[in-house]
Design a protein. Sequence first.
Length: 328
Amino acid sequence: FHAASRAMPSVYITRRVPPRGLSLLQQRQMQISQWDSDAPVPQDELMKGVVGKDALFCLLTDKIDKNVIQAAGPQLKVIGTMSVGYEHIDLAECKSRGIIVGYTPDVLTDATAELTVALLLATSRRIVEGAAAVKSGEWSTWAPLWMCGPGLHGATVGVVGLGRIGMATARRLRPFGIQRLIYTGRSEKAEAKEVDAEFVSFEALLQQSDFVIATCPLNEQTKGLFNMKTFSQMKRSAIFINSSRGGVVDQDDLYTALNTRLIGAAGLDVTVPEPLPPSHPLLSLANCVVLPHIGSANNETRNTMSALTAQNIIAAVDGKALPAQLTL
Ligand code: NDP
Ligand code: DGY
């Protein structure tokens, strides 16, 4: 029995996932149990599903807390999340139990940067509002002062968190003829030179940017970073774009800032909660574009994320180096 279970390690997958990862796990002859649905697994089902498993294939919508990890049992060797963000996993618990954590950096960078630029343009050039006006009949004529918004040419763009996605976004924005690229974070980045980006304080970034883009992770320092105090420091015309995590924004403060025109507009790919209820005040504002967390949502990218998650899991159960292991 022991030899057989060693030969066939088990994995619990918390959702229907793109096929490439699933095929790899099948090829490795892992015993697969899966929450076979497009909806998130309820927490009590997750707690049952992980019991006795060697590996857990999870998503950012799953709360992998101490209870889940404990419920799995001491044989749990690896948690592979199909995301680059990892704030949904209790890493301290993983570390103390020697559980390896795999994630999916790099493979979603281009897709997320592309979406960030799309969201920025949709927000500044009022694309969603304009398209709605066409459908509703509000479009009466071509009008010199109608549906205008700020352009990127000559603008100062501020990136909060010049990491993989921040850099890829900066590279895509340079060809629009932006004048200055500034960034802030915990440390200065050598790669900033490539996009001629200048390291500034958070306060200077808020004061000087025409576009403020959040591409940082959600952590203790970034939680609620964008609030009334920081919106007040931005230009009144500023466009705020968030493709990081909803938790970096105080949404009540954002609503007030947008409603009172303390800032110009906001584009959010991420919110708290997700999904944002259709009755949420932010959705009543013309100067707020909200997308359903689709930064990495291109077919190839999601398939690659699924494959990398499986490769991380397989490497861990085989005692090999993971292609993308999180340092705990
Ligand atoms: P990286 O780790 O490469 O980049 C994050 C950057 O943020 C780093 O440069 C880091 O540098 C910086 N940072 C960390 N803490 C702070 C802080 N307190 N203030 C400012 N900057 C900070 O990650 P990725 O670029 O790969 O991903 C970033 C985040 O994007 C993910 O964590 C995830 O939350 C989100 N994401 C969202 C997606 C979507 O669908 N919308 C898709 C993919 C990712 P330093 O530590 O030196 O400050
Ligand atoms: C991540 O990977 O963290 C994104 O939010 C979804 O791809």
